[in-house]
Design a protein around this ligand. Structure first.
Ligand code: NDP
Length: 451
């Protein structure tokens, strides 16, 4: 990086940090993007004059609201709701809703910022947003979750709409929560529109939307592996998480011939030396999605497996790692353990699961590494397909949706190759994804003037 670019980058980042004090996840996400696109910006000075990156790093709108609700004993609780509408240059805002006790403004802003770039990569007409609350559905009854969702939507409905902002699920928000949120939206607005995605199949949902993020991750990873003449076939795969993304990533990797040996939750991980199979996956789907149990129950059911409380799975020997739980779940020591255990490919299913020093190590060691905004974009892409089906009031078959998903993941991979191939022939997927996404958003912003 030349001196001028370095000065531009330092100046930009110190402004971001000063304007958004204490928001460390947001700083981290912005820095990762800024580092890879700063040389492009300084080579195109109109982008500096037009303050395009500065504008993207300032969300267009942030809504923060009170969410009061009563539990089953009648006791009152107050949570905080958020919607960060980051950028609408490419289309209506689009991005998930997260219900987790860790949710705060920094996490919402980092996710909305990432979503803007991810949605650009999908080539579908979607801007970037994210929302959520510091409410955790874990341990709550269905009735409590419903009352919370209804209270949350009673404020959020003012700020969303099928042509304005279309939320979806994320951590803690699956089919059950989307159902309650949709029901309340419909009741208040008196309209049945595709304002949320991830809906049930009988009422506007798309086939394959639940599977899309995990399946898309594996389609993307397949293409990464092919650049080194490798594949999932015969590989050992370590997966973190046991939620929506992890379940379908594990299922697809297994069906592509890999041995998937771990799953985790925030309490620990299970290691199964024999690998998952269809019957074990069915148990996991039942355990997590119907009974809402904990992953340690897997070890009780399958005695050849072991449960490691309080640990993450990165010390298990593997070829491929698919982090699918949460942000910053692979630290530098975790990255060292992965590499020591033989891992040569890390494809992110979660958003920003690797810390910056872990990513630096992956790059230094020549590990095939893809950032979540590229490899997990299949989820939002299929949400975009759900919006298309809602607009034309049609249902596509699973094969049709899968065909679109494969093509979109393949196009994103091609964009990463186009913009991320280095002089030595290796691919920097971080640079490729950030640059491809930025060029499109920046072009649309230039066309639309200073708004
Ligand atoms: P789920 O709520 O379905 O599952 C999340 C899983 O991660 C659970 O097993 C959960 O364990 C675990 N987890 C959550 N927080 C932590 C933590 N702090 N430490 C350790 N484990 C944790 O969420 P999703 O599968 O939908 O999302 C997972 C990741 O994928 C997130 O980063 C999300 O932003 C990203 N993503 C999701 C998409 C989607 O379509 N759903 C699309 C693109 C990205 P526990 O039960 O103990 O909380």
């Amino acid at each position: 990086m030349d001196d001028f670019t370095k000065r531009y980058l330092d100046g930009f980042m110190s402004d971001v940090i000063a304007r958004n004090p204490g928001e460390k996840e947001f700083h981290q996400a912005v820095r990762e993007v800024a580092e890879s696109i700063a040389p492009y910006i300084t080579a195109n000075p109109y982008l500096i004059d037009q303050k395009i990156l500065e504008r993207i790093a300032e969300p267009e709108r942030i809504v923060i609201f009170r969410v009061p609700w009563t539990d089953d004993t009648g006791a009152l609780h107050i949570n905080r709701g958020f919607r960060v509408q980051c950028n609408s240059a490419l289309g209506p805002y689009k991005g998930g809703i997260r219900f987790h006790e860790s949710v705060n403004l920094s996490i919402m802003k980092f996710l909305a910022f990432e979503q803007t770039f991810k949605n650009s990569l999908t080539t579908l007409p979607m801007g970037g947003a994210k929302g959520g609350s510091d409410f955790s559905p874990r341990g709550k009854s269905d009735a409590e979750v419903m009352r919370f969702c209804q209270s949350f939507m009673t404020e959020l409905y003012r700020h969303i709409g099928q042509d304005t902002d279309v939320p979806a699920g994320d951590i803690g928000v699956g089919g059950r929560e989307i159902g309650y949120l949709f029901g309340q939206y419909k009741r208040i607005k008196c309209e049945f529109t595709g304002t949320l995605t991830g809906k049930g199949l009988a009422w506007g949902g798309s086939l394959l939307r639940p599977e899309a993020t995990g399946y898309g991750l594996c389609y993307f990873a397949e293409q990464m592996l092919a650049t080194r003449n490798r594949s999932f076939e015969g590989s050992t795969v370590v997966v973190s998480g046991a939620g929506n993304v992890a379940q379908y990533a594990a299922q697809k990797a297994m069906r592509l011939g890999a041995k998937v040996v771990t799953l985790s939750d925030s309490d620990g991980f299970i290691y199964d030396p024999d690998g998952l199979d269809e019957e074990k996956m069915a148990f996991v789907f039942q355990l997590k999605n119907i009974r809402r149990g904990r992953i340690k129950e897997y070890a009780a059911k399958y005695p050849r497996s072991t449960y490691y409380p309080g640990e993450r799975p990165w010390g298990i020997a593997c070829d491929i790692a698919l982090p699918c739980a949460t942000q910053n779940e692979i630290s530098l020591p975790d990255a060292e353990r992965l590499i020591k255990g033989g891992c040569y490919c890390v494809a992110e299913g979660a958003n920003m699961p690797s810390t910056p020093d872990a990513i630096a190590l992956f790059k230094k060691e020549g590990i095939l590494y893809s950032p979540g905004k590229a490899s997990n974009a299949g989820g939002v892409a299929t949400s975009g397909l759900e919006m298309s089906q809602n607009s034309i009031r049609q249902h596509w078959t699973a094969e049709e949706v899968d065909g679109h998903l494969r093509r979109i993941m393949s196009d994103i991979h091609a964009a990463c190759i186009k913009y991320g191939t280095q002089e030595d022939g290796t691919v920097d997927y971080v640079k490729g994804a950030n640059l491809a996404a930025f060029i499109k958003v920046a072009g649309a912003m230039m066309d639309q003037g200073v708004v």
